[in-house]
Structures are given as structure tokens and as C-alpha cells.
Ligand binder design. Sequence first.
Ligand code: NI
Length: 196
Amino acid sequence: MANSDFLNDYKLEGSELKIFTYPAPILKKKAVAVEKFDDELRALCKDMLYTMYKAPGIGLAAPQVGHSIRLFVMDIDYEREEIIKADETKEYAYSEFNPLILINPKIENKVGELLYEEGCLSVPGIYEEVKRAESIKVTYQDLDGQTHELQADGLLSICIQHENDHLDGYVFLERLSSLKRNFLTKKYLKRQQKNL
Ligand code: NI
């Protein structure tokens, strides 16, 4: 079985998890490999997908929700439509789910270069172009512990590299030149302080 049943027929179900923001210590730790493929892991993945779609974001790594383990969830394909109701409150309609769960990923065969403006749920309000490999090969395990190989290009490749960095304790700010990194980090921290 390539995917768990709930992935093949995804429904927006789960609990919303707290997303840790930079510079929380957990975001700077190197995460450890997942060893137990059990119901607890399955429940965490379900809640992570739910939290990612609600945020909304296209990727979410376990350290971002307080679990220092090597796994992330992604969906670069879904649609989210804003609906304004008669009483002027908003709700969102989701469709075209294509959830992915990558456990213990290993990136190989990095080829080419690509600049793309990235953002991160753990670094709210900051967007900047990051240089990544254009195409990669990634091997990973699914919820059943089965190993898969994925050839990824473009946005999929960028997203996997961004999420994989979270597992190694890096946020995208750390992939910028030191000049840009210092400028944006100061700007971000100043804004975070104001929001407290
Ligand atoms: Ni991120």
C-alpha cells in the first residue's frame, strides 16, 4: 500500500496544533529518526495536515509543532476558496487535496538551481527569494514504514528542501546571504516583539 487510506480519500479532519515560531529552541534542534510506525504517528500526521491546511501553508515539519522527529507533511496542489457568508463572516472551502507525508526523508542527486520566494509558518510575515536545487531525488518512508523514491522538480523540490531543513534545525532565513539574513532577522524579531 503506497499511502494510508486517509491520504487516498483525504478529509479535513483533526486537531489544530500550536505552531512554534522562530527563534523557538525546537526549531534549531536536529530532529531524530522516526522508529515507531504506530497509531500515535498516524494521529500526529493527521493533525499536522489539518494544521497545515488551516494555516494555510503548503508544508509543515514536525519540529514546527513541537515534535523533534524526522517527518513533514505537504500539499502543493490544494485549492482554498474564501466564502463570505450573509452575516459577513468568512469561511473557507477546500478542494483538490493531494497530501503527502514524508518520513525519514533523504535528499540525493541535487541538480540545477532555482530562485523562489519562500515563506514559513514559523517565520510569519517574512518572504524572500531562496536559492535551492531545481531537481532532487528523495527517498522516504510512508506511515507503514515502506520506503519510496520520489523525483521532484520545481515547487515540489523547493518545498521538500525547505521542510527537510526544518528537520536539520534550519529556517529559510539561514539559507540567505549574511547581509539579507541579518536584515530580515532583525526586521522579523522587531515585529515579533511588537506583537507580544
Ligand atoms: Ni517552514
